[in-house]
Design a protein around this ligand. Structure first.
Ligand code: 4AD
Ligand code: MG
Length: 431
């Protein structure tokens, strides 16, 4: 069907247009009905005058229930007081479907109720704005890598083994008593891709059997994972920094309206510029202790530690060279200090914590074979991976950016569950 999108009304002032939409809200005043319509591109007010439209229609518009689908024909005029800045003088309308009483009313509902009704909640303003920002973030990421000579190489979802530790693996029955695992990361496959394409990335859903109920954890989340051949840790860090600047700039450029709906203060986002502070793990530990936080060298940062560290700057904080013992098997050791790894985390400002994890990979076959054993991983599942160190092994590295955590930070959303269309969490797999 042909109609005019509400977002494009500015190009149609004075014209007669047809809006294909839903009734978002309605107010009536004597001989007037104010219909707030939404069509997925924005909101606009349509005004029906008694006497100007058919009497039966005028009456039925006055009874129209929230979320009824309706096609409205009318003339566009500019009106700064109307939501969206335009008003439509109704000439005619067709009610396509009269909605039953809509469960999501205008009053406040609890998050649990809203999440159970996520399929409908998507129509509300906050989810709408958040998911539009998500769309921009994903688009910006793809453009960023595509413009820099990266090749998109999709990683499999069914995998024969763990990449990020065995405690968060989802096991599934494959054929003939074989087990498979839902991917925790496409990284190992991207290492193969980097050796083939020089620069590659994958972008897809990732699974972690996280038994934690924090505001940062989903069991299914989206991750983009670039990997580059002939790269060291500094190259990986520079790439992450540039990418984050570009993502934030794109959202500021494209989503002013959405950020306003979310009541997001944009000043902290405007401050996101390179260079980001780079903090050695040793210095991070010192800063925590100096700040009165008890933390022992060798440990991994918990949410309060990340919180403290990220609040030292208005830009993302780059922490590098974590102890090898707390990182994955594939990390390269720091040649300056064997206890450390060439790893990096990017901590988002305003207390949003880790959004990027990555580093430089170990390129030595013998070392990796040892690590696989040390980490209790099945050697036969990694035979193919070892081949990458047999045939033209080079320094290489990359990172993974969690989309939902990034969107949560940019939108100023408390919990990542609102930053994915249909969240999967410890106690939620519906709808
Ligand atoms: O730090 P992680 O575990 O790193 C990796 O998986 C590497 N293999 C990536 C790579 O180097 N190619 O995860 C990367 C990012 C985190 O920084 C975080 O943003 C996100 O993925 N993430 C989660 N997001 C939501 N829910 C979870 N349970 C997440 N676990 C990780
Ligand atoms: Mg990590």
């Amino acid at each position: 069907m042909n109609g005019t999108r509400i977002a494009d009304l500015g190009d149609h002032v004075g014209d007669e247009v047809t809006i294909l939409g839903w009734l978002y809200n309605r107010r009536s005043k004597g001989k007037l009905h104010f219909l707030i319509l939404r069509d997925g591109s924005g909101l606009c007010q349509a005004v029906a005058f008694k006497g100007k439209v058919d009497d039966d229609l005028f009456e039925s518009l006055g009874r129209l229930s929230q979320e009824s689908s309706v096609i409205v024909r009318g003339t566009v005029k500019r009106d700064d007081r109307a939501p969206g800045g335009f008003e439509i003088g109704v000439i005619d309308a067709t009610v396509v479907h009269e909605a039953e009483e809509y469960p999501i009313a205008k009053q406040a509902h609890g998050t649990d109720f809203l999440l159970t009704n996520r399929h409908l909640w998507l129509r509300s303003r906050r989810p709408y704005a958040t998911l539009r920002v998500r769309h921009t973030v994903i688009r910006a990421i793809r453009d960023f890598f595509d413009d820099r000579g990266f090749t998109l190489v999709d990683a499999p979802v069914f995998t024969p083994s763990a990449c990020e530790g065995t405690t968060t693996l989802f096991e599934v029955d494959y054929f003939d008593d074989e087990k498979a695992y839902l991917t925790q990361s496409g990284q190992l496959y991207m290492e193969a891709a980097a050796m083939a394409f020089g620069k590659a990335y994958c972008f897809g859903p990732t699974f972690r059997a996280e038994k934690s109920k924090t505001r940062r954890h989903l069991t299914e989340f989206w991750m983009v994972e670039p990997e580059i051949a002939y790269a060291d840790l500094d190259d990986v860090i520079a790439l992450g920094e540039e990418m984050l600047c570009e993502i934030v700039a794109r959202v500021l450029d494209k989503n002013a309206e959405e950020l306003e709906i979310l009541e997001r203060d944009t000043a902290p986002l405007e401050a996101i510029r390179a260079p980001f502070p780079r903090v050695h793990y040793d210095d991070a530990v010192r800063a925590l202790n100096d700040g009165g936080i008890e933390f022992e060298w060798g440990g991994d940062f918990g949410a309060p530690d990340e919180d403290f560290l990220s609040r030292q700057s208005d830009r993302p904080t780059i922490v590098h060279r974590f102890p090898a013992a707390i990182k994955a098997f594939y990390m390269k050791r720091d040649p300056e200090d064997e206890r450390l790894s060439m790893s990096v985390d990017f901590l988002a400002p305003e207390g949003y914590g880790e959004i990027i994890g990555g580093g430089q990979r170990a390129e030595d076959l013998g070392y990796l074979q040892e690590q696989i054993v040390k980490h209790g991983l099945p050697e036969e599942a990694f035979k193919w991976y070892f081949d990458l160190r047999r045939y033209g092994s080079v320094p290489h590295g990359g990172f993974g950016l969690g989309v939902e955590r990034t969107v949560a930070w940019i939108c100023g959303t408390e919990h990542v569950r609102e930053c994915i269309p249909f969240p999967r969490m410890l106690y939620r797999i519906y709808p």
